[in-house]
Design a protein around this ligand. Structure first.
Ligand code: ATP
Length: 361
């Protein structure tokens, strides 16, 4: 998948911009606070319907404006998103209004690497579930509906837990919940198995000093059937006011030399590991669905020594995907082959003076 053109209106300090990105490497250069990350954030909005650095859309709309707009021409579709101060969202594909962000997401597989994004390893399990579900979503078409239905029924169950003292009142919901739990969990399990080799290869390349291992926890222990477990834990669930077991509690455990990743690796190694995780997903999605992932890399140079910058840059470029990378200065991009790339200069929210480097020979 490629973004052939990108338009922004009233997005943070960018009043208006129309860009024609390079099908391969796009470099976004600018001083601190110029608006580089905002360009990545705008693209991210198209793929995820939210920001990676603020959960309040009103913060993203340019001061004194009522909405922001981001639109892009992809290979075959034109997609657009408008967010209003009051919280409403309008989504469009080829000028038609669509209701679900999932439709846009399926057209634009996106991955991001940014300094606050290491929650994938050192944050709560919800980050790792989101990672897992991105992968399953892009290769298993039934997954999204099953997961949405599961979450809807779980909400009903949790509401009922607060109202009843009798397990019988929950039985009807639990039957449906268990059926959906198996669909969701089986697909996640298969996905983890299918991505394991690609991920292990990348981790070995980026962090050869460690023996890497990944394990999937589905959200409950297989020793007891989920239906039975829900019944057994009813009293405790009722006291807590939520359901303790099920796919909503799934997690991925990453270990290096048998020890939890967070207890072993440094910040720079964490960045490399997160990069291995997102590259593995992109490569796998491409093998299965043929769709290429677009990579957004914020502040490329931060926390990496030169040899690692070279390694990472090569990996990103050899992937053949479209990449958007931000940096303060061109010198910080050692490792990237800049021939043929497009450079955008951002200054006080104005994106200009871009040029495509001429490819020689
Ligand atoms: N809603 C808004 N309206 C107008 N300007 C905003 C809004 N939100 C943030 N800004 C400003 O937009 C600028 C863009 O910041 P952004 O994070 O994109 O910069 P950056 O180039 O990535 O900087 P850095 O290198 O420091 O990360 C900042 O100066 C910020 O003050």
């Amino acid at each position: 998948m490629q973004i052939q053109s990108l338009g922004l209106q009233n997005f943070r300090n960018i009043k208006s911009a129309n860009l024609s990105p390079n099908p391969k490497l796009n470099v976004i250069l600018g001083q601190n606070g110029s608006g580089k990350t905002s360009v990545l954030e705008a693209i991210y909005y198209l793929g995820f319907g939210r920001s990676f650095r603020s959960n309040r859309p009103s913060k993203v709309i340019t001061y004194q404006q009522d909405s922001f707009v981001v639109f892009a021409q992809l290979d075959e579709h034109k997609i657009g998103l408008q967010k209003f101060k009051g919280g409403d969202t309008a989504l469009r594909i080829n000028k038609e209004t669509v209701r679900s962000q999932a439709v846009l997401a399926s057209l634009l597989p996106l991955q991001i690497l940014h300094p606050e994004g290491y929650g994938l390893v050192d944050g709560s399990p919800k980050h790792r579930r989101a990672y897992l579900d991105w992968g399953v979503f892009h290769v298993e078409h039934q997954f999204h509906a099953a997961w949405q239905n599961y979450k809807r029924i779980l909400k009903q169950r949790n509401a009922l837990l607060k109202q009843t003292r009798q397990y019988q009142d929950l039985q009807f919901w639990d039957k449906q919940l268990v059926e959906l739990a198996f669909v969701v969990s089986d697909q996640r399990k298969k996905y983890v198995e299918s991505i394991a080799d690609t991920l292990a290869e990348l981790v070995t390349e980026f962090l050869p000093e460690y023996q890497f291992d990944m394990a999937f926890y589905q959200g409950w222990d297989d020793k007891v059937a989920l239906e039975e477990l829900l019944k057994q834990s009813f009293e405790r669930d009722r006291l807590l006011g939520y359901t303790q077991y099920g796919p909503h509690k799934a997690d991925l455990k990453f270990k290096f030399d048998g020890i939890n990743a967070v207890d072993v690796i440094s910040r720079g190694q964490l960045k490399l590991f997160v990069c291995a995780l997102i590259l593995a997903q992109g490569q796998h999605a491409q093998q299965i669905s043929g769709k290429k992932t677009v990579y957004l890399i914020d502040d490329f140079a931060a926390e990496l020594d030169m040899s690692k910058r070279v390694l990472l840059a090569r990996c990103l470029q050899h992937n053949g995907s479209q990449v958007f990378v931000s940096a303060i200065e061109e010198q910080m991009l050692d490792g990237f082959d800049l021939e043929g790339c497009t450079m955008f200069h951002v200054e006080h929210g104005v994106i200009s003076d871009y040029k495509t480097r001429v490819k020689h020979g």
